[in-house]
Ligand binder design. Structure first.
Ligand SMILES: [Zn+2]
Length: 378
């Protein structure tokens, strides 16, 4: 299959030429984030590079491993957006087949890790979503694309009021969709701007799907819309615009892991922690661009809604899904707090949603227009 990474990278260790004993696979482990699923096969003894043959058949990745056994048949079902199941199947005493069932034909990489610091030898299979390496064409015509992402939806209601209620009277997913559709309707009337929505109905859209929509659309901006809940701070109110920060970059690995655990657990608290904010980690340009986008939205919200209602810009510091998507400035807007009586009352009102939507849309419009200016000046 074209474009696959299927490379064996065994350069990180050397082989003991006297090691004649066959290796033994005894455990399957895995970790999963939105940007990568890593399957690890723990082995007693080392497996040689030349002894592993890989083959992708449809959605199944096969590894044929020679001079290696397995303690028994091993099976692991994964909670991963990329891989559904891994099996280690002993064929004979010194031959093993490993079967990875992928959810769609993604890119993968297989390599070995030498035992060290008490850790065993490991065969590592990394699986990446195939859209991550997508490159966008340079735009000749200055049509600007923005992806609007109404948070939550379907089985994931987001924050609710009353908190913990099974039949809440207010659900974040309805508020985010209503505001997002109004933002879309405003921007659709602006020439030269194309709007792509991650959802337009009350449906559940997995994080990976949202990320894929943003990546494939080669968007100039990604705007995720949410509403917050802070049970311990009922006085907190107003709109907050979050942007990615370089500091976050450093913490990315850790936080992504933390978030992966919570992807299906939408709590009432800190809903932005599970939103698929897209960050480019390869250049600082995107951080600066995210900052500009956030500033334009905040100043427009202040003019449109109310100076006092807008809390300004904050850096995303923790618990955030991070994705390597080149050149995509992204912000996340918390439109208010369901735990604050005033915010709660107005967030469900059509007029207030309209005010917020206009404020957000005008900020996006200003930002996208500035991109064209830069392009012409060159
Ligand atoms: Zn949310």
């Amino acid at each position: 299959m074209k474009g696959f990474l299927g490379a064996l990278l065994f350069s990180s260790f050397s082989y003991d030429s006297f090691a004649r004993e066959r290796a033994l696979i005894y455990r399957i482990r895995y970790s999963s984030t939105i940007e990568r699923t890593r399957v690890v096969l723990d082995c007693k003894g080392e497996v040689k590079k030349k002894d592993i043959k890989e083959k992708l058949v449809g959605r199944v990745l096969w590894l044929d491993v020679k001079n290696t056994g397995a303690v028994r048949k091993l099976v692991k079902r994964l909670r991963s957006p990329l891989v559904s199941e891994v099996k280690v199947l002993p064929i004979s005493s010194n031959r093993v087949k490993v079967k990875l069932v992928l959810k769609s034909p993604h890119k993968f990489k297989v390599f070995g890790l030498r035992s060290s610091c008490g850790r065993p030898f490991r065969i590592v299979i990394d699986v990446f979503p195939d859209f991550l390496t997508l490159s966008c064409p340079v735009k000749r015509f200055p049509e600007r694309v923005v992806v609007i992402d109404p948070g939550h939806g379907g089985k994931d209601p987001g924050a609710v009021w009353p908190i913990g209620s099974r039949h809440p009277i207010i659900r974040e997913k309805d508020i985010t969709l209503a505001i997002a559709l109004k933002v879309r309707d405003y921007l659709k009337r602006v020439p030269g701007i194309k709007v792509i929505m991650t959802r337009t109905k009350d449906v559940y859209v997995p994080l990976l799907k949202r990320a894929e929509i943003a990546a494939k659309s080669c968007a100039d901006a990604f705007v995720s819309i949410h509403a917050d809940s802070m049970p311990n701070y009922p006085s907190w109110s107003g709109v907050t615009v979050f942007k990615a920060s370089p500091r976050l970059f450093a913490k990315a690995e850790r936080t992504a892991k933390e978030v992966a655990k919570r992807i299906n657990l939408c709590s009432d608290v800190m809903c932005w922690s599970i939103s698929p904010l897209l960050i480019n980690m390869s250049t600082t340009v995107t951080f600066a661009e995210s900052s500009r986008l956030a500033k334009d939205i905040v100043s427009s919200l202040k003019a449109r809604v109310n100076e006092d209602l807008v809390n300004g810009i904050r850096d995303m510091k923790r618990n955030i899904v991070v994705l390597k998507t080149p050149g995509r400035p992204a912000v996340l807007i918390e439109c208010g707090f369901l735990t604050n009586p005033t915010d709660r009352r107005r967030l469900v009102e059509r007029w207030y949603q309209e005010e917020l939507a206009q404020g957000i849309a005008k900020g996006i419009e200003k930002y996208l227009a500035s991109l064209n200016k830069v392009a012409y000046e060159r």
